[in-house]
Design a protein around this ligand. Sequence first.
Ligand SMILES: Cc1cc2nc3c(=O)[nH]c(=O)nc-3n(C[C@H](O)[C@H](O)[C@H](O)COP(=O)(O)OP(=O)(O)OC[C@H]3O[C@@H](n4cnc5c(N)ncnc54)[C@H](O)[C@@H]3O)c2cc1C
Length: 422
Amino acid sequence: MSVSGSQQSPAPSANVVSTEQTSCCVVGGGPAGAILSLLLARRGVPVALLEMHKDFDREFRGDTIHPSTLEILDQIGLAAPLLEMRHSKISGPTIEFADGPFQPFDLKRLKTRFPYILMIPQVQFLDFITREAARFPSFRLVTRANVRELVEENGVVRGVKYLGPDDAWHELRAPLTVAADGRFSRLRQLAGIEPVKTSPPMDVLWFRLPKLPEDLNVPSGFLGGIGRGRALIVLDRVDYWQSGVVFPKGHYQELHAQGIAAIRQTILDIEPRLARHVESLTDWQQLSLLSVESSLCPRWHKPGLLLVGDAAHVMSPVGGVGINYAVQDAVVAANVLTGPLKAGRVADSDLAEVQRQREWPVRVIQRLQTAMQNNLIRRALLLEGPPRLPWTVRALLRVPILRDLPAKLIAFGPRRVRLDDP
Ligand SMILES: Cc1cc2nc3c(=O)[nH]c(=O)nc-3n(C[C@H](O)[C@H](O)[C@H](O)COP(=O)(O)OP(=O)(O)OC[C@H]3O[C@@H](n4cnc5c(N)ncnc54)[C@H](O)[C@@H]3O)c2cc1C
């Protein structure tokens, strides 16, 4: 048996205090790992979900639940209880251009029971999904389980070794290990799979603005605008406005040097109605930087190991589809792999089938995101004043058959993913 791992491991991995067996070892309790675990558990597949943190509370990671995810949850009776939780809804942004407002997509026109993006804090969503999974005896969640090593035999991944809450090494063996451990995936690195990266031309500073008694009336739940080399995004989050300033990559130090007052001014230049809201921004610590990246792994698997979600592909934030795509990977993985997992034999061809079904939708959306970034966002961020929208874009989106295409792609991707439950 060989074990691949870091030389900086805090304890010798040979001192394993427990060895356990399951059918599927899922590493990472983000949207991809949590949904996959739930789907497998409810089909009676023994599954262990290992999450390095003590809970699901994170810095802002995006709280969007798209129509596609809602339809999938509806298939297993979970959309209704989710909708009972405190939430807000977004149907489409209106962006101010020099030649007037523009709505790039409107989900309200889609033929679905859920014509909106549901906004629920990701921590509550993940708590909800793992609580549901815990109703099935075949599910086990281990928090504070920091996976450090792959267990490999003759080139086949047979499980993982992790440092548990007791600071001791544990081994979990399984015919299938799923790397759902996010954009900096350790398992991907241990498996020697290198993502191909593209560098979107922007970064984002995220922050909260307070809701005020005399607040803005924004029925679509989304405000946005562009001006002086910056773009502003404002999302309705029941108790506050989740806001972001988008700026050209490489300009962070310059922004930081200008200080928080310059950020307040940027917001006001684009959206003067936020004059009272921005008074709450007094300290740079209130801002968090999202370094925007986009990547795709040429191979999502090796024998015994499958990569899903951000571990396989990091999506640019254009359209906010990262969570949706992670969830869709999980659904396809459950569809394809339940049978082989129940039979106790997962062939590399089964894992290749998951990649085959998921890679092309990811490629399609990443190409569109790149086109948007290079043709609209990059140009807009280079201008001093608010940009004009190319007339071709307005004209194309007046054609009925094209009008709803962006909404469909954002809501479902190029192909609707469904659970293949009877
Ligand atoms: C600031 C920011 C804002 C975003 N906004 C949006 C948005 O509005 N809409 C949207 O759709 N997407 C958004 N995204 C992207 C979205 O968060 C990701 O696409 C999505 O979370 C990917 O899900 P995942 O399950 O693949 O990975 P993640 O959500 O990253 O989950 C990975 C999990 O693995 C755990 N983990 C990592 N390493 C280990 C280890 N060694 N052992 C055990 N556990 C481990 C982590 O703790 C984490 O819980 C945003 C991302 C960022 C950073």
